[in-house]
Write a new protein. Sequence first.
Length: 209
Amino acid sequence: MQMNVMLTIAALVLFGPLQPQLGASGNSCSAVSFTAKLDAGNSFARKVGALEFKMRAAPGKDLCGGWTFTLEDAGGHDFIYPVNFPLRFNPSQLLGCSYGLTVRQGLEMKRSLRFILSERDYLQLEPLMKDTLWPADSPDPKHAGERYLQAIRTIQTGLLRLETLHSNVSPDGLIRSATFRVALIAPASFQFEPGLEPHPAPCPPASAH
């Protein structure tokens, strides 16, 4: 039993893509999309409703001059990270070289990531996620991973897709500039910014691929 618990936690924390059956997003969804064109060292932010999509430039030559990206609420909580595996050593939110990927591999990777829709769900998941990352500090270490998986299977999520449309990389492997396309799909009840011109779209399946 103890071995099964340890394997479950290791899979959640270290390995991927292990896709949980996330809560189905219903029968009616809306979608928006936009592009972000950045020079190295510059950052980007765009409101998408109650959440804000942010791209932050890595300092110096970190990520080969690339970016990290998040989808945050007003409190600065990232609504992407808690529902995408693995919880450690995951390059999905890193745009550039990282974890053995070259800068071009890191830019050319097409991302398809779930995101949380409400602060209530985030606050439910956050302590369970921490228990999974550090089970020794959990009040119930034997069931930390199991309780986390059970929780994320019960919440509704949206889907964020990000792809690189164009990039300019120097001969020595540093990013000079890049253009990204970001698309988000969420249940129709989620209020996107009207300026993004939301339109009806098929809801994503229960598991992201």
